[in-house]
Design a protein around this ligand. Sequence first.
Ligand SMILES: NC(=O)c1ccc[n+]([C@@H]2O[C@H](COP(=O)([O-])OP(=O)(O)OC[C@H]3O[C@@H](n4cnc5c(N)ncnc54)[C@H](OP(=O)(O)O)[C@@H]3O)[C@@H](O)[C@H]2O)c1
Length: 253
Amino acid sequence: MQDALGSPQSVLVLGGASEIALATVRRLIEGRCRTVVLAVRDPAAVADAADELRGRGAEVEVIAFDAFDTLSHPRVIGAVFDRHPDLDLVLVAFGVLGDQDDFDEHPEAAADAVRINFVGAVSSSLVVADRFRDQGHGTLVVLSSVAAERARKTNYVYGSTKAGLDAFSQGLGDALVGTGARVMVVRPGFVHTRMTAGMAAQPFATTADAVAEQIVRGLERGSHTVWAPPLVRWVFAVLRHLPRRLWRIVSAR
Ligand SMILES: NC(=O)c1ccc[n+]([C@@H]2O[C@H](COP(=O)([O-])OP(=O)(O)OC[C@H]3O[C@@H](n4cnc5c(N)ncnc54)[C@H](OP(=O)(O)O)[C@@H]3O)[C@@H](O)[C@H]2O)c1
C-alpha cells in the first residue's frame, strides 16, 4: 500500500524497457518501492536491467506483454494483480515514435502505431482501472507528450496518438474520482532516449532521469498532470494558441 506521502511500494510497468520508465523505477526504489513487475515485449532484452534493479533492493519480475495484442491484456495484467494484490502504481510507458515519411508511404505502419500508442494504452488502462476500483486505491501514470498539445506536420501521426491518449487519460482520471484510484498524465518534451536517438534535439530537451524526478515529485504532490521540464507547460500554453500559419513555421523542424 502507498504511504501517506504518496510513496508506492509496488509498481507494474507496461513497456518496462522504456528508458524513462526504468529511470522512474530506480527513483521509486530509492523510496519505498520493493516490488517491480516489468511487462515487456522481449523479456530476455531486460535481463540486465532487471538484475540492476534487484541490486538496488527490489524484487523484480519480468513478464511478456505486447501492447498491440489487446485481447491478451485482461489475462496478462489481471494475472499480475492476482499475484500482487494491492498494487500501488501502474506506469503506461510503451510507445513508438515512428517516422512521418514512412507513415505517409505505408499507412498500415501508421495504423500499427495508432494501435500501440492509443488502442493498446486504452485497452490496458481500462483493465488496470477496473482492478484499481476493486482495490479502492492505485495510481495510473500515463506517458503522454507535449506532442499531444498540438500536432506538428512533421510527426502528426505520433502527435494524434498522444492527443487521443491524453484525452482518454484525463477522462479516465475524472471518472475515477471518488473510487480511491487516480490517474496522473505526464507530458514530457523532447527526451534524450533510444526513441529520439540520432534526432536533432528540440528546445528544452531533457533526460530520462529528469523526467523521472518530475514523475516522483508529481506522485508525492498528488498531481493530475506533470510537465517535464516544468517550463514546457508555459511554452505550450503559448504555442497551442499560435495562428496556424505561424505554428506551421515554428513546428517545421
Ligand atoms: N523520448 C521522448 O522524447 C519522449 C517524449 C514524450 C513522451 N515520450 C513517451 O514516453 C514513453 C517512453 O518512451 P522512452 O523515451 O522511454 O522511449 P523507449 O526507451 O524507446 O521506450 C519505449 C518502449 O515502448 C516499448 N514498446 C513499443 N511497442 C511496444 C509494444 N507493442 N508492446 C510493449 N511495449 C512496446 C518499447 O519496447 P522494446 O524495448 O521492445 O522496443 C520500449 O521499451 C513513450 O510512450 C513515449 O512516447 C517520449
